[in-house]
Ligand binder design. Structure first.
Ligand code: ADP
Ligand code: MG
Length: 193
């Protein structure tokens, strides 16, 4: 694939910034298994339709790593989309109101890699949880999803305010997934002593 094509794919993926694995300081985050994270960039998880779930407090590098994997996918000619969880829920809600939910779900389900950033920064209503379930269900065993969350999966029940749907979402997300917990300090606060 030529570089223009790759460029176009990266633009269409709507990454908030450009981040590379080469710029990630593993020395700063010793809890992370460097070899494991680097190996995901071979994108075998995409072919196996596995998910990656990054859990950790703010500033530990979850979004950085999700973006670097997304860019690697673009470089391999995959279709990717980066979207904030609440923007995604808003878009699904708008589609629902316009009676276009099915079409929207199908469109989001087709991306070979969907990165849903910041799950759990804001509470998720009963109806929103249902919308998210439909999307996760449509992607299940079809395409890979990367999730970043500041909350442990056990804390999702409180975020979603709907234990039944949370269970169903987690069931499908986690079935073929690698959960990466980042327990270190915030990189943003590194220089702010
Ligand atoms: P999170 O999504 O976990 O809140 P980010 O990935 O947005 O954190 O990281 C915050 C900022 O710090 C970003 O600019 C990111 O590139 C940078 N950063 C985080 N961790 C590292 C690291 N280990 N090495 C280099 N830069 C990092
Ligand atoms: Mg982030």
């Amino acid at each position: 694939m030529d570089w223009q094509k790759i460029d176009r794919r990266i633009t269409r993926s709507r990454f908030p910034q450009i981040k590379a694995i080469e710029d990630f300081d593993f020395g700063f985050q010793p809890a992370i298994n460097r070899q494991e994270i680097v190996s995901y960039h071979d994108l075998a998880f995409l072919d196996k339709h596995e998910n990656l779930i990054f859990i950790g407090s703010p500033g530990v590098g979850k979004t950085h790593l999700a973006i670097s994997l997304g860019i690697a996918a673009c470089q391999q000619g995959k279709r990717a989309l980066f979207i904030n969880c609440h923007e995604l829920l808003l878009r699904l809600h708008i589609a629902y109101e316009k009676d276009q939910l099915e079409r929207a779900i199908r469109r989001y389900a087709r991306y070979e890699l969907l990165i849903i950033d910041e799950v759990g920064y804001l509470p998720i209503s009963h109806d929103e949880a249902n919308l998210l379930f439909q999307l996760i269900n449509a992607r299940y065993e079809q395409n890979s999803t990367i999730i970043t969350s500041n909350s442990d999966l056990s804390g999702w029940v409180e975020i979603f305010q709907n234990p039944t749907v949370t269970g169903a979402i987690l069931d499908r997300l986690v079935h073929h997934a690698h959960v990466i917990k980042i327990t270190g300090k915030s990189y943003r606060l590194k220089e702010t002593k």
